[in-house]
Write a protein of this length. Sequence first.
Length: 318
Amino acid sequence: MRRFVLAALLALTATPAAADVSVRWLGVAGFTLTSGETTIAHDPYLSRPGFLSTLFQPYVPDETVLGRMVGAESPAPELARTKLYLVGHSHYDHLGDVPWLAAHTQGRVVGSATTAAIARGYGLAPDQAIVADPGAVIGEGPFEVRVFASAHAKVFFGRVPFEGELGEPPEAPIHAFSFVLGDARGYLVTERETGLRVVLLSSAGLDPAALAALGEEVAPVDLLLAAASGREPDYAAQLVKALRPRLVVPHHFDDFSMPIDDPAAGAPRDEDDLAAFEAELLAAAEAGGLALDVRRPKLLEAWTLRAPDTSGPSALLP
Ligand SMILES: [Zn+2]
């Protein structure tokens, strides 16, 4: 029934109205959000070197891959005009390609002091590196971005991997494992014309107090982009309860040592675990009497988030 209602709300036009927000998953925790001519990106990680080179070589963005992704034949053409980069935390599979991309598109990079230090080490101009702590608000075109405190999932033998902070730019290139965490933060992105609200979480952890405070102020949100891997048993329930999202799109479930153009890239590493997360979200919504849709993203496919109306949930167009 819910699917039927959702389908009935899908617009038939192929071209979204300027106020709609276009969303594209780039793999791992990477997304672009586009409204009109303005694109912002979250954790775009496209180089995706193999496991052995990650282990034995310093991290160097793959200029062949990145050049193609911002070139005329890009499967994500909006990347070439991205003006704001949101970094959820400083691990290499989130931050690694951001300095190259931001330098190429003249975009600003928002993150922790550690994010700014590493990005500057990789050549980002100081005036493009914005240190923004939880509570900070940044504007970019029709978008307003708010930073809130979050946490990193304990994905490494029950621990948060590569914790630490950097205050000064390191001498790049550095090893992938020297991309220390900094902090883990979430972003609330509001499209001001429509009021559409999107919450981005780069890792499957949370700060219960910060999440509850955010939810009290802004729930329900239209779209929650939630990392899936390494979550605690009550992660899905806490997210749904606090944010009351109309739609959740899980991410960070793919094998990011697989090249982006591999036909198998974007598939879940652990199908059962992803299905379990989807079920946990839906169960939490049902327990709370909420209408929730969960959609699994396809790599590099753009969807349109429609402005909410009073008759039902927001919908994504394939
Ligand atoms: Zn991480």
